[in-house]
Design a protein around this ligand. Structure first.
Ligand code: FES
Ligand SMILES: [Fe+2]
Length: 419
């Protein structure tokens, strides 16, 4: 991100903190709770947003070298994502051309061949059918026409995108719009994949998404956890087409006030979160990215799956490795992850981030705090007596998500509450 934009955002946050203001959309809306339980709506969302829309499935670091691969099972089309020996990214339907068995049930691995577990038809990482056992028994097979079914796949600015339909359009620069240029400054291609956290809970996928849509709850729900590291009730917010940029102040912003502006770095003083329509929350930390992918359950609107992909810069990765063998390296771990002093320290000195600290934040804080609220909201929505909920003036991301989902499905916008 350009430095002058980083400074502008940080100044806006400082001003909000100094004057006790939060972002103000100037309008409140009613959101019908039916949108979290309606089976017909859930079916349309799965079809429009997850079967007929490009899907961000990872970063280049998910396929770190030729011959690496991973699978995706989250949006109805089973995907086998590969990097072939020339380094080219491919996405295939994970289904053998003989009788449709999955070529692998593992989630990721390395190897240049895929041998179907059923009858051992063999494919290359670029999808070509290489071998059919006992072909004299089986009969002729036109190998040219029996490659794996390829899906549109694009590696763009270090992101791996797939379209679930073989004839789907994949113009990622157009999809990102003005974010395309901003993303080009983040060097996503350099990040190292370090693991994933999975959360499966009883809340609609939009309720899971909603928890990333305001800072009003930070000093209440997260008082003893994330609230130790971040100020709540502040937000530099910008809608960018169907997407948005959502930045809120970390306690490190106080240190920046004493530093010259030329040295300010946004992620030292704030948390930078991008939302990509329809289901991605892209959290840029210092030296780390957390790609939060939220998916509806395939049949139950009351359930969802969240995958948090964790990626480190090579420097953060090396520091984490060094910390494993060198006890003198300060490390953020499960016990001290909410220690505000250590977080401030890390702005100016090398502090290793551990995977267990990330797991604590996502698998524990998000599930035990945010998503727990979401499960309660889901129960209320199912009950039906609470026919709508209210989005405040300080919750513009909620306005934007829901109005964007509705517009995409040809529904009228949310009802404004007249002051
Ligand atoms: S289904 Fe794959 S080899 Fe038969
Ligand atoms: Fe939260």
């Amino acid at each position: 991100m350009k430095h002058d934009l980083q400074v502008k955002i940080l100044k806006e946050l400082m001003d909000q903190l100094d004057t006790g203001r939060n972002v103000d959309a100037g309008v409140q809306y009613r959101n019908p709770t039916n949108s979290y339980v309606c089976e017909d709506l859930a079916r349309r969302e799965r079809d429009e947003f997850f079967q007929h829309h490009p899907q961000l499935i990872g970063l280049s670091g998910d396929l770190p070298e030729p011959g690496t691969w991973f699978t995706v099972e989250d949006f109805g089309t089973p995907i086998l994502a590969t990097r072939d020996k020339e380094g080219q990214f491919h996405a295939f339907l994970n289904a053998c051309r003989h009788r449709g068995a999955k070529l692998t049930r593992e989630t990721r691995g390395k190897g240049s061949r895929f041998v179907c577990p059923f009858h051992s038809w063999t494919y290359s990482a670029s999808g070509d059918l290489m071998g059919v056992p006992q072909q004299d028994h089986f009969g002729p097979v036109d190998k040219q026409c029996s490659s794996l079914i390829a899906l549109p796949a694009a590696e763009h600015l270090g992101m791996l995108w797939v379209h679930p339909q073989p004839d789907g359009e994949l113009d990622i620069a157009a999809l990102l719009g003005p974010l395309d240029e901003e993303f080009s400054t983040h060097n996503f291609a350099d990040y190292v994949y370090v693991g994933e956290n999975l959360i499966e809970m009883n809340l609609n996928w939009k309720l899971a998404n909603d928890t990333f849509g305001e800072t009003y709850h930070f000093q209440k729900l997260h008082r003893n956890t994330l609230g130790q590291l971040f100020y709540g009730d502040n937000l530099a917010y910008e809608e960018i087409g169907r997407h948005h940029r959502f930045v809120f102040a970390g306690k490190g912003i106080d240190l920046l006030r004493e530093m010259p502006e030329e040295e300010w770095k946004l992620t030292d003083g704030a948390n930078l979160l991008y939302y990509l329509f329809p289901n991605i929350q892209f959290n840029m930390g210092t030296g780390a990215i957390f790609m939060i992918k939220i998916y509806p359950h395939p049949s139950d609107p009351g359930k969802s799956i969240t995958r948090v992909g964790n990626y480190f810069t090579p420097e953060t990765f090396e520091l984490a490795r060094a910390a494993e063998s060198d006890a003198s390296v300060k490390t953020v771990n499960r016990e001290n992850v909410y220690d505000a002093d250590l977080a401030q320290d890390s702005v100016n000195s090398d502090v290793a981030l551990s995977l267990e600290a990330i797991t604590e934040i996502f698998a524990s804080t998000i599930s035990d705090e945010d998503y727990l609220m979401g499960e309660h909201q889901q129960i209320a929505a199912h009950n039906g007596l609470l026919d709508h909920v209210i989005f405040g003036r300080n919750e513009p991301a909620l306005h934007h998500y829901h109005n964007t989902f509705r517009a995409a499905l040809g529904m009228p916008p949310l009802e404004k509450i007249q002051a």
